[in-house]
Each structure stands twice: as C-alpha cells, then as structure tokens.
Design a protein around this ligand. Structure first.
Ligand code: ADP
Length: 430
C-alpha cells in the first residue's frame, strides 16, 4: 500500500478519533461536524495542490520554484527533475540531429530523401545545385515534377537500382551526374548523386586518345603493308624498288617518331617533379640556334637575342626538349626566306623564353586547342613537315612541371610568337 494512502487513512482516523468522543459524550452533530471538517480540510489541501499541478501540466516549465505542500512537494520535485532530464535529452538529441544535418550539408555528393510516393522529404544544398531544387518550396513535391528528364523518370519507375543512372544535366552547365537509389526504412528512398563530370571527361579523353593513336599509326602501317605486298607479289624494277623502300623507310620513321613522342609524353606524366639543376642558358641558346640552323638548312634567318643574364633551375633534358620543339615548329611552319627569332630575358621578377617566326601563323580559333594531343591546324601540312601532333602537348606538360606558362600569339599569314614565362623561383643568377 502506498505511503500516501496510509497517510490519508491515518489523517481520516485522527479526525474520527477526535470526532467520536465529542459526538458520543456531548452532541452528535458536533462530532459529525468535526469529522467532516477534518476530511474537508484534507480534501481542500489536496485540491489546492492538484489545481497547481493541473495548471503546470498545461504549460510545463522547468522552474525550480515549482513547489508543493506536504507530500505534494516530493511529487513536484520528481516532476521537476523528470522534466529537466527530458529537456536535456531533447536538447542533446536536437544537437546531434543538427550536427548530422550539417554533415549531410557538407557532403560533396548530393543527397535527396523521398517518401513512398517519390515526394521530396529532404535534400542537401549540393543536390539543390545539381538538380536545380529549392528545398524550402519543393519539399513535398514529387521529384519527377521537378527533374523531368525521361531517363530519370523511367529509372525511378523501373525499381531496379542495381546500377546507377548516368544523367547529363540539362541545366546548361554540361555536367554529368551518377545517381544511386538506396531504399531505406521500408518504403523510403535515398538518392545519392555524384558529380562524375571530371572522370567522364577523362574517359572520353582516353577513348579519343586511343582512337587517335590507332588512326595515326594505321596510316603509315597501311602504306607499309601495301608496299610490302607489292614487293612480295610482283617483280618490281630495281629503280622502282629503291623508291618503294625509301618510302617505306619514311613511313617507319614516322611511326617511330609517334611512338617516341608518346613514350616521352607518358614518361613526363608519370615522372616525379623535375630536378632543380642549374641550366646554363647561354649554352642552351647556342644549342637551339645550331639545331635550328641544321633543320632550316639555310632556308631561314635564325636570330638569338639575349643579354646573357640569368639561368634556369629545372630539368635540363625537359627544358631542351620543350624549347627545341618550339624552335623546330617555328622553322617547319615558316616558309623559306622567313626569320626565326629566339629570345631570353631574365629579371628578379621572372624570365621569358620566346620563339618568334614570320611563318604561316595560326587562326585565333585554333590557339586554345594547340596543346591538345594530336591537334593540328592542317593535318596534311603537319605530316609533310614531319610533325606528330604531340609536340606542343609535350611542351605544355614539361612547362607545367616547371610552373611555367605558355603564351601563344599569332596572326594568320604574318607569324607566331610562343613565349614561356617562368616564375622568379626558377630563375638563377639574378
Ligand atoms: P606538330 O607535330 O603537328 O607540329 P605540335 O603539337 O607541335 O604538332 O603543333 C600543333 C599544331 O600547331 C601544328 O600542327 C601546327 O598546325 C600548329 N603550330 C605549331 N607551331 C606553329 C608555328 N610556329 N606556326 C604555325 N603553326 C604552328
């Protein structure tokens, strides 16, 4: 039996013990009156505290001044502690939920949760940007009303989410999204959206590259096998035979150049950062001039302009190859009688190596693409000049590795200037 009940019975008995002698020995109604007053006072006391509890329960506040009378004080005390613990638990849970939401917001992947009718329950800001959603206004909307691309709608309909959906964004930014649907909590779905634009671009570059390499090698191979067949099957005159063999040698050396350039490119790409050896620019410029004169065979005027100040810090073979490529291009794309000007200028702020020619020039629309692998303005002309289309790609990689920038200026029919800008930390002796 609860102590409060015992206490109530005890107080009622006291009233009875006081009331009984009065009613028995004096006046009966006086005894009853005393008994009823005793019970009434007890009820009044309880109703007063009950009313206080009733009032508090309508708007429970954590208030340490919440006090009851007598036994009620214990009850109020326990309620106060219970309410306080509950509020602390709610606050800690709110805090955990807020941190969880902050973590979901910070994700670089988009997250959207859907109910069983594919209506949006929640999405993070990455998903808002990726799919063009606005959570504030779109909550509760079916997602297919907002992302209307047929492949997305069909994918959600199929219910087969074993493979992610690749979706090309139609929001004008040319982005590629990979969407995973993860069912959870029975009927709900979570969309995880990854931006795979970069890897998609790399994949397509890889595909283009393989196609380009195959194409580049197939042409000389076809020529070679054609001649071989002719030589095997027909009795060819000695003179003709010599001509065929020289053409075959030309094609095989062309293939060799392509393979060599591909190997150079791949070794630069996978190589550790270049050495920081001192590169003597006077020697290097002299070598470049001699190579240019050799290639030109007297068809051009070769000029070297330098005050002999400053050297470079870097990998000498890579810099020789990059500068050599620029000089060779200038000679190859400059008609007989033109001038190729090689210059070197260094100061405490940085240095510039440049090759200027009075050659055929390049239309402005081609300039941004010149350093792409196998990109050539005129395929036939490049091939005739012995080019592989990989030269400037190699140059760009080597220069990037030396934190240098390649600047190309050109006017069609007038000439081109390829300038390489090195930062101050690559310049020595100034
Ligand atoms: P290629 O082996 O064909 O010369 P590059 O990568 O070295 O390949 O150059 C890419 C293209 O840039 C060339 O095919 C050519 O069209 C153009 N180009 C490069 N240098 C010059 C230059 N000095 N003058 C005119 N065109 C140039």
């Amino acid at each position: 039996m609860s102590s409060q009940l015992v206490r109530g019975i005890f107080l009622a008995l006291i009233s009875a013990v006081i009331a009984f002698p009065v009613g028995h020995f004096f006046v009966e109604w006086a005894g009853w009156t005393i008994f009823c007053c005793g019970l009434g006072l007890q009820m009044l006391f309880h109703f007063r505290n009950f009313a206080r509890l009733d009032q508090w329960s309508k708007a429970p506040v954590v208030d340490s001044s919440l006090e009851g009378e007598g036994a009620w004080d214990g009850i109020f005390g326990r309620l106060y502690r219970h309410e306080k613990d509950l509020r602390a638990q709610i606050a800690s849970r709110d805090d955990q939920i807020a941190r969880l939401f902050a973590a979901i917001q910070a994700l670089t992947d988009g997250v959207v949760t859907l109910d069983l009718h594919n209506q949006i329950v929640y999405c993070n800001s990455t998903a808002e940007t990726q799919l063009g959603l606005v959570l504030r206004t779109d909550r509760g909307q079916p997602i297919v009303n907002l992302v209307r691309q047929p492949e997305f709608v069909a994918y959600l309909d199929t219910g087969d989410f074993t493979r992610p959906l690749t979706l090309r964004s139609e929001r004008g930014e040319d982005r590629v999204l990979s969407i995973y649907v993860l069912p959870y909590a029975g009927t709900r779905r979570l969309l995880q959206i990854k931006d795979v634009t970069q890897s998609d671009r790399l994949d397509s570059m890889r595909r283009d590259f393989v196609a380009n390499v195959s194409h580049e090698l197939r042409t000389p191979l076809t020529v070679l096998s054609g001649f071989l067949e002719t030589l095997q099957e027909y009795d060819v005159e000695r003179e003709e035979r010599t001509r065929y063999l020289s053409m075959m040698a030309e094609q095989s050396s062309r293939m060799e150049s392509i393979v060599q350039d591909l190997l150079t490119l791949s070794s630069i790409e996978s190589a550790p950062p270049p050495e920081n050896d001192p590169v003597d620019m006077v020697n290097l410029l002299d070598k470049l001039r001699r190579d240019a004169e050799g290639l030109s065979a007297g068809r051009h005027t070769i000029v070297v302009e330098t005050d002999g100040q400053g050297d470079l810090s870097g990998s000498e073979p890579e810099l020789v190859s990059a500068f050599g490529n620029l000089v060779a291009n200038a000679v190859r794309y400059t008609p007989t009688g033109g001038t190729v000007r090689i210059s070197w200028k260094a100061s405490a702020k940085g240095a510039e190596f440049a090759v200027q020619d009075t050659g055929i020039g390049i239309d402005a629309k081609h300039i941004p693409r010149l350093t792409e692998r196998f990109y050539r303005v005129d395929r036939g002309r490049s091939r005739d000049a012995g080019g592989t289309g990989l030269g400037l790609a190699i140059v760009k990689h080597s220069l990037n590795r030396h934190q240098a920038q390649l600047e190309i200026k050109s006017t069609l029919g007038v000439g081109s200037r390829f300038a390489v800008h090195f930062p101050a930390n690559r310049v020595l002796g100034i």
